[in-house]
Unconditional design. Sequence first.
Length: 317
Amino acid sequence: MYVLGAVMLALLCALILRRLKERRICLDVKRLDGKTVLITGGNSGIGRVVAVALAKRGARVIITSHDERVGEEAVRQIQRESLSLDVRFMKLNMANLQSIRDFCQTFHQAEQRLDILINNAGVPAVLDWTEDGFSMCFGCNHLGPFLLTNLLLSLLKSSSPSRVVTITSDIYKYQKLDFQDLNYNLVPLFTYCRSKLANLYFTQELARQTQGSGVTAYAVHPGYVAGDWMAQFSLLFQVVAYVFVSMFFISCEAGAQTVIYCAVSDEVLQHNGGYFTDCRPRRLCSYAQDAGVAKKLWEASEGMVGLTSSHRGPAMS
Ligand SMILES: NC(=O)c1ccc[n+]([C@@H]2O[C@H](COP(=O)([O-])OP(=O)(O)OC[C@H]3O[C@@H](n4cnc5c(N)ncnc54)[C@H](OP(=O)(O)O)[C@@H]3O)[C@@H](O)[C@H]2O)c1
């Protein structure tokens, strides 16, 4: 009896905590008719919810996935949920530099404009290597969006005012970058933290470099989200983990709110290069605001992806 009571109480507390954590929503109702939005990895999790929300506001939404079948199915779902037919899929593997170059070339040929780029695709804490020989987290979570954004920058500039929203994580604060070993690949969680710290430096340096061009950049921590990654565990695990997950994680819908806010709200314009969570700007740890480190990472990343300033125009082949 006592055990049942304790379980019920824990469930009730979990639900109340979850409701409290999900209270922040994007209240900006701005429409996006005539705008084009690119969401990497918009086929699942947070990205898919953002895709539905922005398609509902009238934007042309392009999602990517590295699996054609999954991407096409996601497009049908997003069209159904948003009641918009202006949603399309393009294949892209963020862990492969040539795939990103090919994608950007096709994008430049097929699309007239790009108003909002959402760098959402990312791998969780894994120890693996990309085909180009980079650590999977650093390669897919940082170098991929870095190259993609640079190759699409001319289109973002010609469509300005435009925005780049990159999804980072609050977990960035548990690591620092080691420039002797940017491809650090020893502890899965640490390599993930470093890639998310790199997203913050990237956003700040992008904002600095594009100042005055009409392109602005924002980094978002969506919250700890019980996204589609939960599906990889057995149903039994999911049931057992429910209370824990309810207490510490939020839904994809709630996690998507700050991404949507940074994509649409004009309130964020005064915080170019800023870091947002719960639909408001937040202060970063001092070392994560180091402009010198941000510039150094940018230059190192240019070298790693083979990008020179002459390549910022239409996508290089
Ligand atoms: N969930 C959280 O608690 C949390 C917290 C902070 C930050 N974030 C960040 O939020 C973003 C979205 O995460 P989520 O929770 O929504 O996870 P998710 O449901 O697993 O979504 C990840 C997305 O990234 C795509 N992706 C992964 N590897 C890729 C690759 N090599 N090439 C192209 N696309 C690839 C996936 O596409 P495929 O299905 O094609 O693999 C999927 O669409 C990530 O950047 C993540 O780091 C999440």
